[in-house]
Write a protein that binds this ligand. Sequence first.
Ligand SMILES: Cc1cc2nc3c(=O)[nH]c(=O)nc-3n(C[C@H](O)[C@H](O)[C@H](O)COP(=O)(O)O)c2cc1C
Length: 386
Amino acid sequence: MPSPAEARAGSALFSPGPLGPLALANRIVIAPMCQYSCEEGLAGDWHLMHIGQLAMSGAGLFILEATAVTREGRITPGCLGLWSDEHEAALARVLAAVRRHSAMPIGIQLAHAGRKASSEVPWRGGMLIPPAPVSLGGWVPLAPSALPHAEGEAAPQALDEAGLARIREGFVAAARRAHRLGLAAIELHAAHGYLLHQFLSPVSNRRTDRYGGSLENRMRYPLEVFEAVRAAVPASMPVGVRLSATDWLEHLGTPAWDMAQSIAFGQALGERGVSFLHVSSGGISAKQQIPVGPGYQVPLAEQLKQATGLPTIAVGLITEAEEAEAVVAEGRADFVALARAMLFNPHWPWAAAARLGGQVSAPPQYWRSPPRGLGRLFGEAKIGMR
Ligand SMILES: Cc1cc2nc3c(=O)[nH]c(=O)nc-3n(C[C@H](O)[C@H](O)[C@H](O)COP(=O)(O)O)c2cc1C
């Protein structure tokens, strides 16, 4: 970890960095966070407040929450979607308002929940909602195989080739909409036990066709989706992938997704022009055993960065400025993403810049806020009054 004096000499966290073709002002990424606050997938006033608040934080990039590419791909009835013109228009209204006051690049996570769809929102317990009666608001989840996420739950419906093609087209159409919306980057959600992760992991993929069995076959659908999305938007728009580097199921001694397979997947994505890897873990099984602690997923990002040479985002219980600084300064990852710490303190990057001697951008309305001695926190920001 750099000493405070070294950090002041030049904070790595507050140095600019390229995320594929996109230049970011610093290395802080706001991780995607579901808000469960939509009706029929439409962005609304909550998104204006939430994105607006975090867009004043000075982070280098904000990644919009898991956004469903088809209606049945939502995790919960409250999840954000981007599967129609109406969804695009709703998000356009929110983004236009945010952009009037913030130049922060905003990316989007495109997702399909697979067998974890039709869940209740977390503050109502998060359990599977059955498809009937319709008044409950649930639907039949789709998945690689007819295997439920949790024991005792109803099985999802296994996807056939037509279903796979339809969802792949959903990713492509949503990617085109994201580009039209002027979003700065796309992140495909291949983590946390959702559809693309369900294809990768032998825990959830028991298919006997060309999409199941060998590692090559299990990677096929996620790679097809990546290739189709990459081809659908200009090269100037980064397309990255969030993956779960491990299922954390080694203790079972049964087939599961692990780091060796993640490296093979990362390399295959690298060959296809992926712009970054966002390294998370877990989510496929309730039997996972995760060694949770500060920065617990940083070693996973570091291994993937070393093995693939790709730009990497580390995430997971990175809460302190000095921890984040060390991850970037020591070259363990190129960027750090924060989720809960940003909700707790939406000005986290300001506080981190103050500790590390960095500079962040802030709206002029707030330029008078820094405590004494931090006059240069917002760069050359100058205010005058009489
Ligand atoms: C409220 C909330 C919503 C989340 N939604 C998403 C999501 O939409 N997509 C995703 O990949 N991860 C999601 N996550 C996981 C976070 O992006 C992040 O990986 C995780 O919280 C660990 O980072 P942290 O310790 O900084 O919170 C969510 C986390 C929280 C707290």
